[in-house]
Design a protein around this ligand. Structure first.
Ligand SMILES: [Zn+2]
Length: 80
């Protein structure tokens, strides 16, 4: 009696980059959700995150940081 037909596509995995949660269960007919719920993962936020990751990988800034300037000596430390 192993006639249980479990559909493997019942739940998708969340498509948000780096998210390993299962997508939200389908609430009705039509396409099932592609993102999990409760984390703010939507098509829009996933798109933004992908852009952010792509930009970070494509061109990393050469500066060490916004506070690391060459003109550190420009700050007058002398008091008279
Ligand atoms: Zn997610």
């Amino acid at each position: 009696m192993t006639s249980d037909n479990i559909p493997t596509t019942a739940r998708n995995q969340c498509k948000y980059p780096g998210c390993d949660q299962a997508a939200a269960p389908a609430t009705g007919p039509g396409r099932p959700p592609e993102y999990c719920e409760g984390r703010g993962h939507t098509k829009v936020t996933a798109w933004r995150e992908r852009r952010h990751l792509a930009a970070a990988q494509a061109g990393k800034p050469r500066h060490d940081g916004p506070g690391n300037r060459c003109g550190a000596a420009a700050f007058p430390a002398r008091r008279s």
